[in-house]
Design a protein around this ligand. Structure first.
Ligand code: FAD
Length: 296
């Protein structure tokens, strides 16, 4: 039996969703062209902020600063700079925070960073460095009045021994002065809902914003996911199976998968989303449209 359409609950699209978009600093002129094209296409959606990542071990320090400063100057949108503390002394990290402050950047995404061998390897603190993201947040707070975001993990951080340690660590970062957490990519919304429950039970009240990764290339995203400890459910792999040489169907499946994920979150009452753009705009523009967010 079907429910008459006037009795079905209507999706609350059009309500004031808070969107943010994550980019990475481009390496080449061609990549930089695509970066700016995407920034300019997404800016009219008036995101709460856009963020620019910090290459492994600080390898993009100057580029991250340049991109963030330029985004703000060219679009007027608030831009957040990521920073990590792995492999750097406290003085070096503080210098970067001061450089952000001097450039007028007032949002930071504060991360510990991965060891050179990847997130699966044990983290070795720089002899004179910050030990964790929580310590980094404390340091940022001392330097300026920044809006700080930190990382959360719906499937637990690969180095975390259990959920108690994981939630305690997240709480420590928020208590140190972060305003919100942004999650690692995830593809099973139940993992995210479970994280929200665990966080609430652990006394966390700050928002935990879902990090949504549209699948521009299943091959590429599977490899990213494996590196950061996010799992690809079998049903998801099945949907993209055999589409490597069929870009049109791949793109249609990708938009259907992302729409399904985001709209299920909307139905559960989620109103804040952080989209991992990989410097592309098309899928994010489509998802924003589904949420009723139009360029203006
Ligand atoms: P932390 O919160 O310090 O800790 C990570 C884990 O270590 C914890 O989950 C916990 O299990 C364990 N731990 C920490 N302290 C303790 C303790 N006292 N006792 C026991 N266990 C402890 N990486 C980049 O290089 N550049 C980026 O721009 C970047 N952006 C990111 C953005 C988001 C939204 C996310 C989710 C991740 C990002 N990362 C980035 C990846 C991140 O650097 C790695 O996941 C890193 O391994 C952990 O960073 P963290 O800030 O979560 O670390």
């Amino acid at each position: 039996m079907t429910t008459p359409s006037d009795q079905r609950p209507s999706r609350q699209v059009g309500q004031p969703f808070q969107l943010s978009f994550e980019f990475f600093p481009p390496k080449t002129d061609v990549m930089e062209e695509r970066f700016w094209e995407s920034v300019h296409k997404l800016a009219p959606l008036h995101p709460r902020f856009v963020s620019v990542t910090y290459g492994a071990g600080g390898s993009t320090r100057e580029r991250t600063l340049r991109m963030v400063s330029q985004i703000h100057a060219e679009t007027g949108i608030d831009a957040a700079a990521h920073i990590t503390c792995v492999g750097a002394s406290r003085a070096e990290v503080d210098q970067v925070i001061h450089a952000y402050k001097t450039a007028g950047i007032h949002r930071i995404v504060a991360l510990r960073g991965d060891p050179p061998g990847g997130p699966g390897q044990p983290y070795v603190q720089h002899p004179d460095g910050y030990r964790s993201a929580a310590e980094l947040v404390t340091a940022i707070r001392k330097i300026g009045d920044f809006d700080i975001s930190v990382a959360a993990y719906p499937e637990r951080h690969p180095q975390s021994p259990n959920w108690d340690v994981e939630i305690d660590n997240l709480k420590r970062k928020l208590d140190a002065g972060a305003s919100r957490a942004i999650t690692q990519m995830f593809f099973d919304n139940n993992d995210y809902f479970d994280l929200l429950d665990r966080a609430a039970k652990g006394g966390i009240t700050a928002p935990i914003v879902p990090g949504i990764q549209p699948i521009h290339s299943f091959k590429q995203i599977s490899s990213f996911a494996a590196k950061c400890g996010a799992s690809i459910p079998a049903w998801l792999a099945e949907r993209f199976d055999g589409l490597d040489d069929d870009p049109e169907t791949h793109a249609l499946v990708a938009s259907a998968v992302a729409a399904e994920q985001v709209l299920e979150l909307v139905d559960a009452g989620i109103t804040e989303f952080h989209f991992l753009t990989l410097n592309r705009s098309n899928l994010v523009l489509a998802l924003a449209r589904l949420l009723g967010v139009r360029p203006s």
